[in-house]
Design a protein around this ligand. Structure first.
Ligand code: ATP
Ligand code: MG
Length: 393
C-alpha cells in the first residue's frame, strides 16, 4: 500500500546555508542506508521536505528499520500516493487507507489538508471539512476530535496526492558528515562501540583504532572488533578501522616498568598512537568508552594521567553513565551480543593484580623513562604496522 516515506528532521540550528548542507548530508546517509536493503528507490528534496519513493515491491519492516538508523531523522511517515485527485476517487482512496491502516476504527481523527496545487477546486479548509464528513458517513464508529485526535490524517494535494498518518520515531541527532571527523579507540568491550555510536549521532564521521597484541590476543578477538565496527557502521556509515600491532610496546612496558602502572602506561601509549593516526587522517578528536570510576584506569586521577599525553580533545560520551545505562544502549544498537563474546583483549592479559587507582603524573612520567632508549623505535614500528580494514555493515 505504501509508496513512499516522508522524512521529518529537526530544524534547530539549520537555517540558511547550514540547512542545505544538513539536507544534503541527510540525503547521502539515507541513500547509504537504503542501498543496503537492495530495493529500488529514489530520495528527493521537495519544498523543504525529504521523500524516499519506492519503485515496486519492498520489505516494509526492513526499509523502516534501515531509515530508523539514519541520524538526523526525527520521524518517518509511510505515505500512500494516488494519481487520481478527482474528489470522489480521492475520498474512496482516503477511506480505504483508513480502513486498511486501522483495523478498529473506534478512534478519533482530524484531517490536515494542504493544497500545493492551487488550481485544485477545493481550498485546504474545504478539503479537510469535506473529507472529515465523508469519513464520518462511511465509518459510523469513527469520531472527530480537533484538539487531541488519535489519528492526524494528512492529505497533501499536488500533481499527485500524498496521504499519511503514521509516525515512526527516528533516532534524532544530526546526519553523519555535518560535524567533522573523530577517531574512536575501539576495543572488543561493551563501552567503546556505544561511545562511537553516540558521537556519530551528533553528525561526526568516525574512524577507529584497535590495538592488537598477537599472539597474546587472538585473530578471533580482532575479528570481534571488526564485527563491532560493522555494527557501529550501520549507523555511522563506513568506518576505516586501523589495526595496530601493540605487542612489542606492551612487552617493553611489562619488562621495564612497575607492574602496578602497566595499565596506565599502556593507556598513555594507546592515546599517543591514536592521536598520531587521528592527525594523519584529519580527525579533530579522540573518542573513548571511559566512564568515571568504572575501573582503576578510569578514576579521576587515572583519566588525568591518561589525558596528559593528548593534544587533541578526547570525547568521552559515557563519562557520567552507569554500566546499566551503557548496556541498555549497547542492546538497542545491536552490539551487546557481540561485545560479550569471551575473546580476550590486550588489556586483560597484561593486567597487574593491584593496579594503581590514584596514579601521579610525575611518577608515571618517571616510570615511562625506563622506556627511553627503545620507545621511539617501537612507536615507529607500531605505526608502520597499521592495517586499515574498511568496515561496512
Ligand atoms: P570497553 O568496554 O570499551 O572495552 P573497558 O570498560 O574495557 O571499555 P578499558 O579497557 O579501561 O575499559 O578501556 C577504556 C577505553 O580505552 C575503551 O573504552 C576504549 O576506548 C579504549 N581501549 C581499551 N583497550 C583498547 C584496545 N585494545 N584497542 C583500542 N582501544 C582500546
Ligand atoms: Mg575493554
Amino acid at each position: 500500500m505504501f509508496k513512499a516515506f516522508l522524512i521529518k528532521y529537526g530544524e534547530i540550528g539549520i537555517k540558511g546555508k547550514n540547512r542545505y548542507l544538513f539536507e544534503d548530508a541527510l540525503v547521502r546517509q539515507i541513500e547509504f542506508a537504503m542501498a543496503k536493503t537492495g530495493t529500488d528507490f529514489v530520495v528527493s528534496k521537495q519544498q523543504g521536505r525529504i521523500y524516499v519513493e519506492m519503485n515496486g515491491a519492498f520489505d516494509y519492516d526492513e526499509v523502516t528499520k534501515a531509515l530508523g538508523r539514519v541520524f538526523g531523522i526525527v520521524a518517518i511517515c509511510p505515505v500512500v500516493i494516488t494519481e487520481n485527485n478527482e474528489w470522489s476517487a480521492l475520498c474512496q482512496t482516503v477511506g480505504d487507507y483508513m480502513a486498511d491502516t486501522y483495523k478498529d476504527l473506534h478512534l478519533t481523527f482530524k484531517v490536515f489538508a494542504r493544497r500545493a496545487d492551487k488550481s485544485y477546486p477545493k481550498k485546504s479548509m474545504e478539503i479537510a471539512a469535506d473529507m472529515g464528513e465523508y469519513l464520518l458517513d462511511r465509518f459510523p464508529e469513527i469520531a472527530v476530535n480537533v484538539r487531541e485526535p488519535d489519528v492526524s490524517l494528512n492529505i497533501e494535494i499536488r500533481e499527485r496526492t500524498f496521504i499519511y498518518s503514521i509516525t515512526i520515531p527516528g533516532p534524532g541527532g544530526m546526519p553523519v558528515g555535518t560535524n567533522g571527523r573523530a577517531t574512536l579507540l575501539l576495543s572488543g568491550g561493551i563501552d567503546s562501540p556505544v561511545a562511537g555510536y553516540m558521537i556519530a549521532k551528533r553528525g561526526v564521521k568516525i574512524d577507529a583504532v584497535y590495538f592488537h597484541a598477537p599472539p597474546y590476543t587472538s585473530e578471533r578477538a580482532k575479528q570481534k572488533v571488526v564485527d563491532l565496527a560493522k555494527i557501529v557502521a550501520a549507523y555511522a556509515g563506513p568506518i576505516d578501522l586501523h589495526v595496530i600491532n601493540f605487542t612489542d610496546i606492551q612487552l617493553a612496558i611489562y619488562d621495564r616498568c612497575p607492574h602496578d602502572e602497566l595499565t596506565i602506561i599502556m593507556r598513555r601509549y594507546m592515546m599517543r598512537i591514536a592521536e598520531h593516526i587521528a592527525l594523519a587522517s584529519g580527525s579533530m578528536g579522540l573518542i573513548t568508552g571511559e566512564s568515571i570510576g568504572q575501573v582503576a584506569s578510569q578514576t579521576m586521577q587515572s583519566l588525568r594521567v591518561t589525558n596528559a599525553v593528548c593534544t587533541l580533545p578526547v570525547y568521552r560520551p559515557l563519562i557520567g553513565f552507569d554500566k546499566n545505562d551503557i548496556v541498555e544502549i549497547s542492546e538497542k544498537i545491536g552490539a551487546f551480543e557481540t561485545s560479550i563474546q569471551p575473546y580476550e583483549d590486550c588489556c586483560t592479559i597484561f593486567v597487574a593484580k593491584h593496579p594503581v587507582t590514584k596514579p601521579n603524573l610525575g611518577h608515571t612520567e618517571r616510570s615511562e623513562h625506563h622506556l627511553v632508549d627503545v620507545i621511539d623505535e617501537l612507536m615507529e614500528k607500531a605505526l608502520a604496522s597499521d592495517e586499515v580494514i574498511h568496515c561496512e555493515p
